[in-house]
Every structure is written in structure tokens, then in C-alpha cells.
Design a protein around this ligand. Structure first.
Ligand SMILES: Nc1ncnc2c1ncn2[C@@H]1O[C@H](COP(=O)(O)OP(=O)(O)OP(=O)(O)O)[C@@H](O)[C@H]1O
Ligand SMILES: [Mg+2]
Length: 328
């Protein structure tokens, strides 16, 4: 049988361009353990489609990858390894739908919902899943100052977050009331909506939600032990970050773990997420909250999703192979 052609597409114009290349390197290594023909394409920061030899190439709407020498390869399966804009926003998923190419991860609709922090929260809350107390702002001229004052007075320390960003871009910790409006305006310049949330002074836990051979799993929580005031962009990606990731969070109460796993499964099912998601939580004593759902989580050496899948007993190459064989 001929080798399947897997399109591994990474990069893009967003802030997470370089991270997505690191994730793609890991995924390529895993794919090469099985006998697939991996076609690596980087979308450059100015949106050119480039091979690993830096040659231009293109995707065709009938499902092919066309190289510069006009060689055409029918794509059997695509992996949109792009974090954030275009990759987790439903855009590239819609492109693959047009091309009739099966792909890894959530479909366009689930991606759009989960990328918007406001939409995610409204859906989760409506489904009875625990979320951090919040306010929504859609326009600086429509801010309800009374509610905002009351909210700040009640919590004293809040997070202001742009709705459609990742990697902590547009995410600000506000501990002094005078910074509140300027930070809301800053966040509004980056996204159409803004969330204001209570600052949960607790632990950050993550659960890998994944599907394998018809079953859906939610792993034991891992933990991000943040080495700064919060997990901001620098702390996520700089080489001197003090943050540690633990594949198994220590000292958790069994009952809470069970409740969190059920919540992660329910959240994934609510949005009808296919194959993979990382469900992020805050936990404060006996209370836990779902913070967000990442539909294409990081795959770097400190990233939790692949680690947690493996820790749960499924080697990552096998996980990818099972999906590819089922879908293509
Ligand atoms: N309500 C909150 N209470 C405490 N810490 C928070 C809260 N909201 C955000 N944070 C801190 O800010 C970080 C970034 O926020 P969040 O995870 O919501 O967005 P993001 O990281 O930009 O999204 P993504 O993980 O998709 O890249 C969190 O990891 C956490 O450290
Ligand atoms: Mg996050």
C-alpha cells in the first residue's frame, strides 16, 4: 500500500508562529514513527505557503498540495498545527472542509466557540459548568460603571481579558482601580469583546480531553506551577521562565479530580469537540472553575497535552496513527 500523504501545516501570522513550528516538529517526529509521508508547510508571517526548503507551494480547493515544480500530491489527512489566529479560529478548518480533506481536531464551529472567551463562558455557564464570576464589556461607551465599580469593590483584584486572543495577549491583572478602564480600552483594541473576571488565587490545572478508537477520555489533571504573578506571555515562552509543568498535579482530593474529569468530558461534549482539547481549570480549595478550552493545544517539550495523553497510557504516535487511520 502506498504511504498516506499527511499535510502538516504550521506557522501563520499570529504571535504564536514560532511556537507552532516547535509543536509541528514534535508532531512530525511522531508521524515519522509510523510510515507516513509528511508534507510540512509553513505559512510565513506574511502568509506565503512555504516548503521546508523555503519554496513556495499552494493548496488547491480540490484537495491537493501543489509544489513549485507543479507536482501535485493528493492530501489524505491534514494537521492544522497553528495555535491561535486562523488555526484555532475555525478558518483553516473551513478551508479543509472546502477541500474535502479530513483533518485533526475540532471542526470550524467548535473552534470558533472555544476561541472566543466570552462565547465559551456563556455556553459553559448555561450548561451548568463552573466558570469564574465575570462581566462582559462590548464597547467602552456602553460600560455599566455601577456594575463595574461593584464588581471591583467585591473582588479587589480582577483579570481583564480580550475575548479573541491567546497566549495571554490582551490579558491583564488589575489590582489598582485606576488601571481598570485603561486596561479595558487596551483589551478592546485587540478584540471585539472584553471579559472582566474575579482573580482566582488558586492553582492552575489542565486536563487532556481526547478521543481514541470511539472512546472519549479525560486525563488526570496536570498542573502549571506558575513562576510569576500570572502565566503571561513572557512566562509562557521566554527561556528564563520559572514556570514548571507537572503531568500529574500533586495532593488533589479524589472527589474533586473526579468532578473535574466529568466537567472536562461535559465541556468537550458540549462543544462537540473532535479528537483533542486541553481543558484548563483554576482550583481554589474545594472550588474549581473551567477557564478555557484550547482546541489545538501546544506540543512543545513542556506542553501538557501530549504528556498527559502518554501518561494516560497511549503513546502519542499511536494516538495520531489511530485518528489518521480512522479518518482517512
Ligand atoms: N480569572 C483568573 N484568575 C486567576 N488567573 C487568571 C484568570 N484569568 C486568567 N488568569 C491568568 O492569566 C493566564 C492567561 O489567561 P487565559 O488562559 O484565560 O488566556 P490565554 O492564555 O491568553 O489563552 P490561551 O491559553 O488560549 O493561550 C492564565 O493562565 C492565568 O495565569
Ligand atoms: Mg490559557
Amino acid at each position: 500500500m502506498s504511504k498516506k500523504n499527511i499535510l502538516l501545516i504550521c506557522g501563520g501570522g499570529g504571535k504564536e508562529h514560532d511556537i507552532s513550528l516547535i509543536s509541528a516538529r514534535y508532531i512530525k517526529e511522531q508521524l515519522e514513527k509510523s510510515s507516513y509521508h509528511v508534507h510540512w508547510i509553513t505559512i510565513s508571517k506574511d502568509y506565503q505557503y512555504l516548503t521546508q526548503n523555503n519554496e513556495e507551494c499552494s493548496l488547491t480547493l480540490d484537495g491537493y498540495l501543489r509544489y513549485k515544480n507543479n507536482e501535485k500530491v493528493k492530501i489524505d489527512f491534514a494537521i492544522p498545527c497553528i495555535h491561535g489566529h486562523l488555526g484555532e479560529t475555525g478558518d483553516i478548518q473551513s478551508l479543509f472542509e472546502f477541500m474535502k480533506v479530513p483533518y485533526l481536531g475540532a471542526n470550524a464551529e467548535a473552534s470558533i466557540h472555544c476561541f472566543n472567551k466570552v462565547t465559551t463562558k456563556l455556553w459553559l455557564e448555561k450548561a451548568g459548568l463552573p466558570v469564574v464570576p465575570y462581566l462582559i464589556v462590548q464597547d467602552k461607551n456602553l460600560i455599566d460603571k455601577l456594575s463595574l465599580d461593584k464588581f471591583f469593590k467585591q473582588h479587589q483584584s480582577v483579570f481583564v481579558k480580550a475575548s479573541n486572543q491567546g497566549s495571554s495577549v490582551g490579558c491583564y491583572l488589575v489590582e489598582d482601580k485606576k488601571d481598570l478602564l485603561p486596561k479595558i480600552e487596551e483589551a478592546l483594541s485587540l478584540s471585539p469583546y472584553v471579559l472582566i473576571e474575579q482573580n482566582i488565587k488558586g492553582r492552575e490545572l489542565e486536563i487532556a480531553y481526547y478521543q481514541n478508537k470511539g472512546n472519549t477520555f479525560a486525563t488526570y489533571p496536570g498542573e502549571i506551577v506558575v513562576g510569576a504573578k500570572f502565566y503571561d506571555y513572557e512566562e509562557k515562552y521566554s527561556s528564563d521562565s520559572k514556570t514548571k509543568t507537572l503531568v500529574k498535579a500533586p495532593d488533589l482530593n479524589d472527589e474533586i479530580v473526579e468532578k473535574m474529569r466529568i466537567a472536562a468530558l461535559n465541556a468537550g461534549r458540549l462543544f462537540k469537540i473532535k479528537h483533542m482539547a486541553r481543558v484548563d481549570f483554576f482550583i481554589d480549595g474545594h472550588n474549581f472553575y473551567i477557564n478555557e478550552i484550547n482546541t489545538f493545544p501546544g506540543h512543545t517539550s513542556i506542553s501538557m497535552f501530549p504528556m498527559m495523553v502518554e501518561h494516560n497510557g497511549l503513546p502519542y504516535d499511536q494516538y495520531l496513527k489511530d485518528i489518521i487511520e480512522e479518518e482517512s
